[in-house]
Design a protein around this ligand. Sequence first.
Ligand SMILES: [Zn+2]
Length: 181
Amino acid sequence: MRLALALLAVGVLLPAQTRSRKAHEHGSAKVNIAFESAKGAPKGVVEFESPADSVVGFEYEAKTAADKAKVTAALNTLKARFGEMVIFPAAAACAMTNKSAKVEADDHHDAKSKGARQEQHSEVHAGFEVACAKPLSGLEIRFGFMKVFPKIHDVNVALLIGDQQLSADVENDKGVLKIAK
Ligand SMILES: [Zn+2]
């Protein structure tokens, strides 16, 4: 667990990391999953990142009560239904716990676009812990992003589990991560 967390923190997981600055692409999202082992009762973490447009519906800073309520509702949906978006195999009996979920302004390109029409972008970041009762070896992780947030149609998923490193480009919820035995 500690190893997986460390790798996640350093960004070792991600080929996507190199793309991450370009990665603010509406309709796309990123998921990083890390488990120390597929055996025993695996414990791991899942990180989710998406332009706020797909989750909240807008990217400007929420200032009115109505907009703030929309942000809260969207994050609550994300937290409550994340298990439908990243679907762990039933046979492993995994439970997910939300650790964080927030909207962050994406201001990396502000400096250059001063004067020009300035578009505001923001991203949703969320983190979950996963605890499985049974091994994940030989099982599959599936996805259902669009059932919850219809705009999320292209997701880059990276999985580090034990010494296996897997990735999938999940388009329109199609894509599977098969964990070796
Ligand atoms: Zn945007």
